[in-house]
Design a binder for this molecule. Structure first.
Ligand code: FES
Ligand SMILES: [Fe+2]
Length: 343
C-alpha cells in the first residue's frame, strides 16, 4: 500500500522536453509530456477506446492524440475529438494528474486533485548555484522504495558497502553518536563521528587532514523524501562550530515507487565546497552515482532475498535506531491517510 496524498517526483525536467515519457508510478501507467502550449501534462497511459498506451501517440496543441485510432484528449483528460463522429460520449476521458514543475523536477500528485497543494513540495537543495552548485541523477531499482529510504537511515553501511569511497573505519562507525527525533512530518537524525578516518574519496579532494570530524544531519519527510546535510572538517573543529573547509553537501533524495518491488531513486546533490575550488577543475559528480550504484546493487539483491520470506523474522540491531523511527513515521502517515478515507 502506498501513500497517495503526496507529491512524488515523476521525472526530471529534461526527461520531458519533446518526447512523451511513459512511466508507471504507484502501479499506475502514466504518460508525461508537454502539449503544444508548453504545458506539462500527466495522463493515464491507457486510451479509453481500446486501451492502447497514449504514450505511443503524439502531443497536440492542448493534449495528446492516441496513436491507434486517433482519439484526442486535452490536458484534463477529456476527449475533444473522435475521428469519424461528432458526438463525444461523457465516458470518453482518461484520468489526469496534477503536476508541478519545481526545481529540476516535475512533481506529480497521486491523490485526489482537490487535495493537491504545491506549497507542500520540498524546496531542497538551496536554489543557490553560486554557493551550492548542484547536479542530479536517477537510478532505477528493482527494489522497494522503502529499502532505499532504510538504506539512508542506517549509515553504518558506509564503513562496509562504501569502505573504499566514502566510508570511515569500522571502529569509527561503531563509535558514531546518534541523536534521533520525530518531527511533525517524519523524523530526523544527527550522526556525528569525531576524530574519524577521512574517507578515500575525501582525501583526494579536500584539504582536511587524515583525521576528521564528520556529521550527517538527515531529515525524513514522509512518505519518500530525505533531506541530507553532511560535512567533514578537521578533527576537533566540529565542536568548535566549524562547518566548512572540507566535504560539505546538501542532497535531496526522493524515491518514487513504480511498483511494490521497483522504484526510481532521484538524488540531487548541492556541493558547498565547490566554490573553494578552481572553477576549471573537473567536478566529481559522477562519483556520487558510482557510490549509489553500490547501494542499488545491494538493495536489489536484498529484495530478491526478502521475497517470499517472513520479514518479521528479521532482527533489529543498535544501528537501526533511525530506520525504526522512519518506518514508524511512514506507517503512521499511511494509517492517517487510510483513516481520513474512511471518515
Ligand atoms: S485505442 Fe486509442 S483511439 Fe483506439
Ligand atoms: Fe549507501
Amino acid at each position: 500500500m502506498f501513500v497517495r496524498n503526496a507529491w512524488y517526483v515523476a521525472a526530471t525536467q529534461n526527461e520531458v522536453v519533446d518526447q512523451l515519457l511513459a512511466r508507471t508510478i504507484l502501479n499506475e501507467p502514466i504518460v508525461l509530456f508537454k502539449n503544444g502550449q508548453g504545458e506539462i501534462c500527466a495522463l493515464e497511459d491507457r486510451c479509453c477506446h481500446r486501451g492502447a498506451p497514449l504514450s505511443l501517440g503524439n502531443a497536440t496543441e492542448t493534449g495528446i492524440r492516441c496513436g491507434y485510432h486517433g482519439m484526442e484528449f486535452n490536458r484534463e483528460g477529456a476527449c475533444v475529438a473522435i475521428p469519424g463522429q461528432t458526438t463525444i460520449p461523457k465516458r470518453a476521458k482518461v484520468k489526469s494528474y496534477p503536476v508541478v514543475s519545481q526545481g529540476d523536477y516535475i512533481w506529480i500528485w497521486m491523490g485526489p486533485a482537490e487535495l493537491a497543494d504545491p506549497a507542500a513540495i520540498v524546496n531542497y537543495p538551496p536554489d543557490d548555484h553560486v554557493n551550492w552548485p548542484r547536479a542530479h541523477d536517477m537510478l532505477y531499482l528493482k527494489a522497494s522504495y522503502v529499502m532505499v529510504l532504510e538504506n539512508l537511515m542506517d549509515l553504518s553501511h558506509l564503513s562496509y558497502l562504501h569502505k573504499n569511497s566514502i566510508g570511515s573505519s569500522e571502529d569509527d562507525s561503531a563509535n558514531a553518536k546518534m541523536d534521533v527525533q520525530r518531527t511533525p512530518g517524519g523524523m530526523k537524525f544527527l550522526r556525528v563521528m569525531r576524530n574519524a578516518d577521512a574517507p578515500a574519496n575525501w582525501l583526494k579532494r579536500y584539504p582536511t587532514g587524515k583525521k576528521i570530524d564528520r556529521w550527517a544531519d538527515f531529515e525524513y519527510v514522509a512518505p519518500s523524501t530525505v533531506l541530507q546535510f553532511s560535512g567533514g572538517v578537521n578533527a576537533g573543529e566540529y565542536d568548535a562550530g566549524v562547518r566548512s573547509g572540507g566535504h560539505l553537501i546538501r542532497t535531496l533524495h526522493t524515491v518514487t515507487p513504480e511498483t511494490e518491488k521497483s522504484c526510481f531513486y532521484f538524488f540531487n546533490k548541492a556541493d558547498g565546497y565547490a566554490k573553494f575550488e578552481d572553477p576549471g577543475k573537473p567536478r566529481t559528480w559522477a562519483s556520487t552515482t558510482d557510490v549509489f550504484k553500490e547501494d542499488a546493487f545491494m538493495l536489489e539483491q536484498q529484495q530478491l532475498r526478502l521475497e517470499n520470506f517472513d520479514t518479521s523474522q528479521l532482527l533489529d540491531i543498535n544501528t537501526d535506531v533511525a530506520r525504526v523511527q522512519m518506518i514508524r513515521a511512514l506507517k503512521e502517515r499511511l494509517r492517517q491517510e487510510q483513516e481520513s478515507l474512511q471518515a
